[in-house]
Design a binder for this molecule. Sequence first.
Ligand SMILES: Nc1ncnc2c1ncn2[C@@H]1O[C@H](COP(=O)(O)OP(=O)(O)OP(=O)(O)O)[C@@H](O)[C@H]1O
Ligand SMILES: [Mg+2]
Length: 286
Amino acid sequence: MAVIAFAGASGGPGVTATALAALLTWPLPEGRRAILAECDPDGGSIAAGYLESRVLGDYGLHNLEVAHRRHQLDQEFWQQLIVLSENDAIADRLLLPGLSNPAQAAGLSQTWQRLGVLFEQLQNQEPGHDVIVDLGRSGATGTASALARSADIVAVVVRCTLRSASAAKPRVDALRAALEVHGRDSGRLGLVVIEDGPFRQRDIAEQLQLPVFATLPHDPKAAQVLSHGGDGGRSFGRSPLLRDARAMSERLRSLAVQEQQRLHAPVLRPQTVLDRMKGAVNGAAR
Ligand SMILES: Nc1ncnc2c1ncn2[C@@H]1O[C@H](COP(=O)(O)OP(=O)(O)OP(=O)(O)O)[C@@H](O)[C@H]1O
Ligand SMILES: [Mg+2]
């Protein structure tokens, strides 16, 4: 029932590692599934990183451009997913691998918006899917920003350093403006703060004028597994990063559900003087 987009800025704040941690810890009541779509126009990194190029075959976002031109995006999308669930038979955590070459992004300029529509529709299909989108550093502001606009929640990943906050500032401003221009409430925008650096998360939130949706610890050991693969062993699942990612995922999902309820709530128009006069006239005529 939710579409959550993660965005970042230069300096590799940890968007992909955070989005992957979200997929691996996403709350999945029976029958639901989660998909991580690596839609970073600068290229994906999970296939060569976390998966260490172990998956053979030609899967991923780059195949969707042609599918879109042939009006086959909806069918072809499912052929491009890789199962990341521990138990293959359940197949409830799925990955759409990102571009292997950033040059492929130019061809997708017409496809992003259609992909956003597909993600929104996936929520309501049976079985229902939650979609996590990695927008990378430039996806939030270029043509891929159509995905940010269609998401229920957009979380900007930032570290507690001046450099990270300064890099995030223009992107947050652009994102806020893009959401407002399209009539979407910028209240859907917030931060995932990685506790790495001298600043307090309160200072970062103030600087960027955004609420903190969640915080994650600086945990290089677990992050290394998410970024480069390798056997993290049992300690990976129990690492501080995965533990806090579980809480982040719960929180983001509940924020997204709240946002959907807010959007679909009936609009109560205040009664105007004219309405009251009409009511009085109708009453007198009866
Ligand atoms: N919570 C964390 N604690 C410690 N290190 C982290 C954390 N999250 C990510 N990292 C590390 O930071 C580096 C960058 O992470 P990642 O590739 O996820 O960033 P990114 O924002 O997606 O970068 P890019 O813009 O290049 O796509 C990696 O070495 C990763 O292991
Ligand atoms: Mg990345």
